[in-house]
Design a protein around this ligand. Sequence first.
Ligand code: OSB
Ligand code: MG
Length: 370
Amino acid sequence: MRIEQITLHHLRMPLVAPFETSFGRITDRECILLELASEGLIGIGECVADRDPGYAYETTGTAWHILNDFICPAILGQDVAGPAEYRGRVASVRGHPMAKAGIEMALWDLLGKREGRSLQELLGGIQARVPVGVSVGLQASPQALVGTVGRYLEQGYRRIKIKIKPGRDVEDARAVRSAFPDIRLQVDANSAYTLETAGILMHLDDLGLLLIEQPLSEDDIWDHRQLQARLRTPVCLDESILTARHARQAIEMAACRVINIKAGRVGGLTEAVAVHDVCRARDVPVWSGGMLETGVGRAANLALASLPGFTLPGDISASDRYYARDITYQRFALNDDSTITVPRGVGLGVELDMTAVGDFALRSTVLGPA
Ligand code: OSB
Ligand code: MG
């Protein structure tokens, strides 16, 4: 696939409601949309880095730099066999997995369009619909949280994740659990605790949670092992797992019993499938995380989550949970059984609304011949 031109759009999109986690509160989501032009086709991808380095060190600013100055030059005007060969070309760029994953997604989309196959088919996905839940940000009070969770349950979500942080943990989780005794419930700390402050989390052990996500530092696996040894509830790693090797080591250390997979965090869909395979071979359940994606990244998450090892509901909510207006014509809706249908069209199976892209773009750049 000869890559003739690459277009980057730095987007800022208003969220339907502010989203607050232990690392901050946002009212708008930023990302970088990529378009790869090749032999009459356009492949599209989403780089999920956000404006601030809160979840990870990458930002829209660092990704813009790494894409423009290192990753795009490695493929522009050249023949790229596919996502696997691309990984070799950018192996000399250390880190920056989200920047790498954005281009990789566009290469998968191109490949699918060339071969007339869906991303689901290319990745080896099998389910037509995938079970999903909703990730609920920190709210003003436990009462407000119960109200918000109740509204999502009314919309049909059958799995709820709540964000926690020190001072906003046990009370919040207990409030939701006593209001809704039977729901599938889990919590996500986004690295807000240390082994010293994590003692409070022992009180979560009686709440019948599906899992406790990333309580400790993003650069830690070993201390998660110490914590998992003290908890009956499964620990799930998100931020700490950047490669399939990390996944294997975390499982071997018994640092977690579940892994959250995000293609952006691990450098692309190819590595995401490798993480899935490592976990599946060891009977460790995985689920799809989310990064408040646009319709582009959401389509990719759905295809990935249709692989057989994704046995827990994903953070892949309907489009209207995030954006009143999206950049794809396709909007994803929740089915009655708290699933979302995996796109069946070629590639990602979504088409860009270029008017929306133009309206949300803070800056755009075209690399290669105009
Ligand atoms: O830790 O899972 C996370 C959003 C942005 C960054 C990190 C996380 C999240 C979410 C939302 O929890 C998931 C989603 O609905 O897209
Ligand atoms: Mg998380």
